[in-house]
Design a protein around this ligand. Structure first.
Ligand code: SF4
Ligand code: SF4
Length: 174
């Protein structure tokens, strides 16, 4: 892996996409199970872009200052934003700066892999790639701040689900 710090955002995302390459959460096509639930958007829905990730898809601003790539449920695979490539996991940024790969609990109700994460065998290569992507992107202060923000959101969801006696949605490793 190229460990030098990227010199542009284009390079950050080119390298992040390359790390994930053709990897997917499972060895098999998880979309068969759920009817591609994560790709059932419309012209008002989409996937949140990392800052300042570019996309060929139409972009809309969110109320909280974020940007959504709007896909209406279909896209060319090579055009997928990073959020789609790592879904339903996220490179969680801890307070001490280390990164672990966690289920993105914002996906809990939508994605069966998130809902049943404790029993799912994620492809270890996919988990490792998501962690590497996190380490790469955390070198940039703006992206790092975004990762911290999403990690805090995941904490809120975890607390909510813990309170309502739902599974912790920790991923099973190995
Ligand atoms: S919703 Fe989850 S299980 Fe379904 S296609 Fe998306 S990532 Fe796979
Ligand atoms: S951009 Fe593509 S991969 Fe991402 S949610 Fe839309 S259709 Fe699915």
């Amino acid at each position: 892996m190229n460990s030098s710090r990227p010199t542009s955002y284009t390079e950050y995302y080119r390298r992040a996409y390359a790390l994930l390459d053709e990897l997917t959460p499972l060895h098999t096509d998880c979309g068969v199970v759920c009817g591609k639930a994560c790709c059932q958007g419309d012209e008002t829905q989409g996937m949140r872009l990392f800052p300042p990730e570019r996309t060929v898809l139409p972009v809309t601003d969110t109320e909280d200052g974020g940007r959504l790539a709007v896909c209406a449920g279909s896209c060319c695979r090579t055009d997928r934003p990073l959020a789609c490539r790592i879904f339903p996991l996220f490179p969680y940024l801890h307070a001490d700066g280390h990164i672990s790969v966690e289920v993105d609990l914002r996906a809990y109700r939508l994605c069966p892999l998130a809902t049943h994460a404790d029993g799912v065998r994620f492809d270890p290569k996919f988990i490792r790639a998501v962690r590497r992507v996190g380490r790469l992107l955390a070198q940039d202060p703006d992206i790092r701040a975004y990762m911290a923000e999403v990690s805090a959101e995941i904490d809120i969801f975890r607390q909510f689900y813990a309170k309502h006696s739902r599974p912790s949605a920790r991923i099973r490793r190995g």
